[in-house]
Design a protein around this ligand. Structure first.
Ligand code: HEM
Ligand code: HEM
Length: 220
């Protein structure tokens, strides 16, 4: 295995040991939260402890942080290897080089501020800005986007699911405050879609390891 192939494994390794286990825990608590709410609504006594909702949200915040982190690493590797180093960007296009570093920092900082914001307007602003950071980084040279086969592209699934995780954090208070359940239902629909996209990431990511170059024929 070459050094470049090794760096290609950093992102999948982190996903497997952090994101997928967290998805399991988040979904377990999501199901319990819903069952408890529906049992109480039907006037039954629920055996599910009241803390399940809080646990879902706490682990959900970790999930969303893990997804944003692994996506930034997934984007950084090809940008560094196939754009910055390949074109010696710091010497040939210093402006672009500094711009890329600033966008990475901007995305991380706005995502941290999203957790700190209390007011609805600021949460909307920071969610939009960190989402924009991910999209701008995704548009850079070096990233294998598979646009001609967008319907099973690891890149498009990855960016969409990252935006959905950012959105979930942004609407936490709206889900709790809204008595009409509108935000709760929007959350359920979007995150069931996110779950399908996560499954798609398992398949498309493993496939891309072959296509982007981890695989080399065994010595004969
Ligand atoms: C795969 C990801 C996720 C799925 C499938 C999912 C699904 C669900 C479901 C089914 C519920 C229960 C709704 C009901 O009462 O009927 C729920 C509640 C909720 N979710 Fe998620 N969710 C996910 C991730 C997240 C994330 C990342 C966050 C934000 C950090 C989040 C925040 C919330 C909140 C605030 C509630 C209300 C909890 C309560 O009632 O105490 N969820 N979610
Ligand atoms: C939650 C799951 C995942 C998310 C959100 C995610 C997200 C991303 C993103 C945004 C990129 C950059 C765009 C691209 O090159 O396609 C990427 C790259 C990549 N991902 Fe994932 N990914 C996930 C799971 C996986 C898994 C399970 C594998 C492998 C088993 C994998 C393998 C790769 C590979 C090989 C690349 C290309 C990296 C490069 O060109 O250096 N990903 N991922």
């Amino acid at each position: 295995m070459t050094a470049e192939q090794f760096t290609l494994l950093i992102h999948p390794t982190l996903v497997v040991i952090s994101v997928f286990p967290l998805i399991g825990i988040v979904c377990y608590f999501a199901w319990e939260t819903r069952q408890r709410r529906l049992q109480i609504k039907a006037g039954e006594k629920s055996k599910i402890p009241p803390l399940v909702g809080k646990n879902h949200v706490e682990i959900g915040k970790w999930l969303s942080t893990a997804v944003v982190t692994v996506s930034l690493i997934g984007l950084a590797r090809p940008i560094i290897a196939k754009n910055i180093v390949k074109n010696t960007l710091w010497a040939t296009n210093t402006f672009q080089f500094i711009f890329l570093i600033l966008i990475f920092l901007f995305t991380i900082i706005t995502f941290i501020l999203l957790f700190r914001a209390r007011n609805k307007l600021w949460r909307g602003i920071f969610a939009t800005l960190s989402g924009m950071g991910v999209v701008i980084l995704g548009c850079q040279d070096g990233i294998f986007r598979r646009t001609n086969e967008w319907y099973w592209s690891h890149y498009y699934y990855g960016v969409i699911v990252t935006l959905l995780m950012i959105f979930s954090v942004a609407i936490i208070d709206d889900i709790y405050r809204d008595k009409s359940l509108k935000w709760r239902n929007i959350h359920i629909i979007l995150n069931c879609l996110a779950l399908l996209l996560f499954i798609g990431q398992g398949y498309t990511g493993a496939r891309d390891l072959f296509e982007i170059g981890l695989w080399s024929p065994p010595p004969s």
